[in-house]
Design a binder for this molecule. Sequence first.
Ligand code: PMP
Length: 287
Amino acid sequence: RWVFLNGEYKRKSEAMISVFDHGFLYGDGVFEGIRVYSGNVFRLHEHMVRLYESAKSILLDIPYSLDELEAHVVETVRKNQLVDAYIRLVVSRGDGPLGLDPSECEIANVVIIVDKIRLYSQELYDKGLTVVTVPTRRNIPDALNPRVKSLNYLNNILAKSEAKQAGAGEAIILSSDGYVTEGSSDNIFMVKDNVLYTPPCYLGALKGITRQTIIDIAGELGYPLKEEPFTRHDLFNADEVLLTGTGAEVISVVQVDGRSVGKGVPGPVSKDLISQFRKLVTVDGVS
Ligand code: PMP
């Protein structure tokens, strides 16, 4: 494997960052996870735009133009010769003295890793996932705004651990007001009476690229879609629930907090959306 590190390609074992990097010391930085399908980087530009917006939000200068960095991503994929892969693009604040002040840091560290990923087994994609709502809530303000894909993922990590401890496959995180926001690393949709619902991102969700892809597919297939807040009660009584994310792709949820969703198996709307999504990434992976 070749890792892009500040303009150079390093072997996996030689790609190193200083312990004085503020990404390591304080979680000060931003990142993206991107898929490669059949040699095509899926929705690359959308991911780059989100990365630069996250960086701007936390006053982080990325030492490349968006176009330059986009080209480096493509070149790193090419160099690794993987046709189906996952890209982890990280921009951290860079090396600096102890103390929070980011203006003391010289220059951001930019890393591009290309590797394989598999979040869930095929069985879970076929049969659907069990989820639980967790005690960890969403942080809305400032840099911890979930719209910023920052290196501070502790909330999500705790949520995932809470779900695992409860024997579930994924966590559903609620806002401080108790509205459903998203999973630990995916967005959530539900289907009720053939209408799709997804929470608005201002409640505390990342504006997922896969979420947008599913919104677009739903439009093409003629499913009405409403972006509006909903609660656990709505989820318990939904006909179908599904999660979307770069890592998870699109996966059905068949149980929420011990209540089976609909008939307890992946429903027809979810199956329709999933098969359209698969078509899009296999036939038309370029974007
Ligand atoms: N929410 C969170 C918290 C995430 O980390 C992710 C994964 N990036 C998502 C949602 C899904 O976003 P995307 O579809 O862009 O991967």
